[in-house]
Write a protein that binds this ligand. Structure first.
Ligand code: F6P
Length: 556
């Protein structure tokens, strides 16, 4: 009879490491091994990644590397690069990295080398961007374009919106003196589009309607209203062709909507929505920064791709990021991760990463449909420091729950008040230090005694003023925030996500979890519009909510 395999699995080995490290504080780990401050740091593509404040020691790292090896994580990255259909439920490749390959490279998807197609679209984008930026593409009344409104949602919004915000200091002036004015409308709430339309001039505004499927209700509703607004300002229906371009994989739907497909920039089904910022979805970035800027962004990502695909485990930034997440979420039990950019320009990074990570890793079943064996993606949230410090850090420092934090800082500012910068970055460094090392009761008591406070006050306040510490963080520092480093940073997260999905055995590239709500919203809309008590059966709570709203919704 075959004997059961009693060899320790990589996961059980990790559990042993956890037992060994239980009760070992970060203070103790640093006291034992000062070398960790150098060993747990990597510098890649203008980024310095520092995991020294993670609750891990060298043997625990080794067990994590063994887990990566046994789950075939690095092999999976290579298979992804080779065009294997890693998106198993939609039977597709996931090849966003092909979008940033140099022209002379190759990447075969379903038997076709797609690099030529990618560069043909980039060249078409370049031609259009130059025509807009040089004032050759004119609005219906003969004036050059001054404002761009991107209409899209999710992956068709968050990437370009975040990148344009982050790289605003590098946006070159157009012919005529000023950078393009960029607007982004995603929410179907009419207030969002209305606010933008009040700010822009129909004669000088270009609308980019961005939707991979060109079937997304929010986007199409906003695009229709924007087109109606334009046509209220001009009697010429041909104005639409000068003021609307589409970005999509779906040319029939674009044509059906009424945008000439000559004004469409395409991409492919092997580009996932949340991984599409590198495709024509990045058109607003190219318009705003110029084509050199957009190509630089792609080159930064490509530099990271090369690093991740070629580096051994210990020197591999994406793998180490993934393994730290495994440790924090699967071993230490954290159910959230907090992203804290100490740079106003990265204000939208937490929202961008929320989609990238939570839509990719929020899965409960393995590729074969059986339940996941380990907890999968954490909740991801965050805000720019120092705002967060004055809002939610209290809980991070002293709450009964904890979450690992990811600090992101930039060494060189690009603004006119450089004297603020040391203050900003001192806060980043101090927060990571405070979370890791805390302040003991004895330290608090000594400090208060030195202030001359009476013993009974000290005894009363010590528990309130002590910090447990031992709360892990990663510190990511950028030399500068520019096209290259931002491209590299985003690509790093993308690879981390896929490595995590591989270790957990889940599909990082589908998003079935968004469908039920969409389907039910369609029915509720029909009930809102119907006479009498509506047409679809609902539970009593839903029915009562619909009734209450039906009595109050504006007449159409
Ligand atoms: O609803 C989720 C989603 O499908 C995302 O994955 C996607 O980025 C977004 O909607 C927008 O989709 P599209 O680009 O097709 O309009």
């Amino acid at each position: 009879m075959p004997q059961p395999d009693t060899r320790p699995t990589a996961w059980s080995k990790l559990a042993e490491e956890l037992d060994r490290l239980r009760g070992v504080s970060l203070r103790a780990l640093f006291a034992e091994d000062t070398g960790r401050a150098e060993r747990d740091v990597l510098s890649v593509a203008g980024l310095r990644l520092d995991w020294a404040r993670q609750r891990l020691d060298a043997p625990a790292w080794n067990s994590l590397y063994a887990l990566a090896e046994s789950s075939g994580a690095m092999v999976a990255l290579k298979r992804q690069r080779e065009g294997v259909h890693v998106n198993t439920t939609e039977d597709r490749a996931a090849l966003h990295l092909a979008l940033r390959l140099p022209r002379e490279d190759t990447c075969i998807v379903d038997g076709r080398d797609v690099v030529g197609d990618v560069h043909a679209v980039l060249d078409a984008i370049e031609e259009f961007v130059q025509a807009v930026r040089e004032g050759r593409h004119l609005g219906y009344s003969g004036k050059p374009i001054r404002s761009v409104v991107n209409i899209g949602i999710g992956g068709s919004d968050l990437g370009p919106r975040m990148v344009c915000r982050a790289l605003a200091p590098f946006a070159p002036a157009m012919r005529g003196g000023e950078p393009l004015r960029m607007h982004f409308v995603s929410n179907v709430d009419g207030g969002a589009l209305d606010a933008v339309l009040r700010e822009v001039d129909p004669e000088t505004t270009l609308f980019v309607v961005a939707s991979k499927t060109f079937g997304t209700q929010e986007t199409l509703t906003n695009a229709r209203s924007a087109r109606a607004w334009l046509l209220r300002h001009t009697e010429h229906p041909e104005a639409v062709a000068r003021h609307f371009v589409a970005v999509s994989t779906h040319s029939e739907r674009v044509a059906e909507f009424g945008i000439d497909t000559r004004n469409m920039f395409g991409f492919w089904d092997w580009v996932g929505g949340r991984y599409s910022v590198w495709s024509a979805i990045g058109l607003p970035i190219a318009l705003y920064l110029g084509m050199d800027g957009f190509r630089g962004f792609l080159a930064g990502a490509h530099e990271m791709d090369q690093h991740v695909l070629a580096s051994p485990a210990r020197e591999n930034a994406a793998l180490r990021m993934a393994l730290v997440d495994i440790w924090n979420h699967n071993m230490l039990g954290a159910c959230a991760r907090v992203v804290l950019p100490y740079d106003e320009r990265l204000q939208l990074l937490p929202a961008y990463l929320q989609q990238a990570e939570m839509e990719s890793l929020g899965k409960g079943v393995l590729h074969d449909g059986s339940p996941a064996e380990h907890d999968t993606g954490p909740l991801v949230w965050g805000a720019v420091g120092t705002d967060g410090q004055h809002a939610f850090y209290q809980l991070l420092h002293q709450g009964t729950r904890w979450a690992p934090t990811e600090f992101i800082g930039v060494a060189r500012p690009e603004h006119g008040l450089p004297e603020h910068h040391p203050i900003l970055l001192a806060n980043l460094v101090a927060q990571a230090e405070a979370l890791a090392f805390g302040k003991t009761g004895a330290e608090v008591a000594a400090e208060m005694a030195a202030e001359g406070l009476p013993n009974e006050v000290i005894a009363h306040l010590v528990p309130h003023r002590s910090f447990p510490g031992n709360r892990p963080s990663t510190v990511i520092l950028l030399e500068r925030l520019d096209v290259r480093s931002l491209g590299a940073l985003i690509a790093l997260y993308e690879h981390k996500i896929y490595l995590l999905a591989t270790i957990w055995g889940i599909n990082a590239f589908d998003q079935w979890g968004v469908e039920l709500g969409k389907q039910l919203a369609g029915r509720v809309q029909e009930d809102f519009a119907a006479e009498g008590r509506g047409i679809h059966p609902h539970d009593p709570a839903t029915a009562a909510t619909i009734d209450w709203l039906r009595a109050r919704l504006p007449e159409r």
